[in-house]
Design a protein around this ligand. Structure first.
Ligand SMILES: NC(=O)c1ccc[n+]([C@@H]2O[C@H](COP(=O)([O-])OP(=O)(O)OC[C@H]3O[C@@H](n4cnc5c(N)ncnc54)[C@H](OP(=O)(O)O)[C@@H]3O)[C@@H](O)[C@H]2O)c1
Length: 234
């Protein structure tokens, strides 16, 4: 198992879904974990972590936060960051499309303001998403944002070295990001994944180890790791 004793990690969006599982795995691996979200810890899953409240769009708050934790080792950003536009492109509200980029701005804010405060052998992990490289009905805006996230990772790797930066690209993952409940939720996951090579929604616990691999392995930067149940190949 990965050993992160003595390492300090800041996990944006570490109170729900994929970010929460990454935060838990980091804690289990011995790291000191700080989560950051707008509402703070939502239950007892974040016990033993330092749970800070901040919005990834609030640059002043981020600057204060990074100064407070200066010298930290790992920056993970799994925050959804804001609203997302879903639907056919030719019917899409263009302000909605543009607002979907809140996720990218949250990522860019944290890397730009966080990297100067990190340990030189530190590492960053961001989360993109399979619509970046696989067309599906209704997700063009999200996919375009995912593309931008992956492009940012590849280009920023040169600018922030020796700090490493990588992304995990999940497929459809069963998290609280989806508001549907009960039979409607099960039906949505089953319909959306029926053509995938592994025809089911993934679990956030199946995504988190990829983030830890990217934080631990000192020979990997500017890379995207797909954990998508074969969604992109479908
Ligand atoms: N689930 C999927 O199928 C899937 C697939 C591909 C990619 N992804 C990507 O994976 C990442 C995590 O998604 P998830 O499914 O784990 O979502 P989630 O369960 O909804 O968790 C989102 C987390 O981000 C925090 N957050 C959202 N906006 C924020 C902001 N402006 N400032 C600070 N924190 C903020 C939330 O806490 P607060 O609300 O309290 O702020 C929460 O902790 C996202 O980037 C998503 O696009 C998800």
């Amino acid at each position: 198992m990965t050993e992160f004793n003595g390492k300090k990690a800041i996990v944006f969006g570490g109170t729900s879904g994929i970010g929460l599982e990454i935060a838990k795995l980091l804690q289990l691996s011995g790291a000191e974990v700080v989560t950051v979200s707008r509402r703070g810890a939502l239950g007892d899953a974040n016990d033993g972590m330092q749970n800070e409240i901040a919005d990834v769009q609030d640059r002043d708050a981020l600057q204060d936060l990074f100064e407070k934790h200066s010298g930290f080792d790992f920056l993970v950003n799994a925050a959804t960051g804001g609203p997302r536009a879903i639907g056919p492109f030719l019917e899409m509200d263009l302000d909605g499309f543009q607002n979907s980029f809140a996720k990218l701005w949250g990522y860019v804010n944290t890397v730009r303001l966080g990297a100067p405060q990190m340990a030189a052998d530190g590492a960053v992990v961001l989360i993109s998403g399979y619509p970046a490289r696989k067309w599906r009905p209704g997700v063009l805006a999200i996919g375009t944002v995912g593309n931008a996230v992956e492009g940012f990772v590849k280009l920023a790797a040169n600018e922030i070295k020796p700090i490493r930066i990588n992304a995990v690209c999940p497929g459809l993952i069963d998290t609280p990001m989806f508001a549907l409940q009960g039979e409607e939720r099960a039906q949505h996951f089953s319909n959306t994944t029926k053509d995938h090579l592994i025809p089911r929604a993934g679990k956030p616990e199946e995504v988190a180890p990829a983030a830890l691999f990217l934080l631990e392995n000192q020979f990997v930067t500017g890379t995207i790791v797909d954990v998508d149940g074969g969604a992109i190949l479908a």
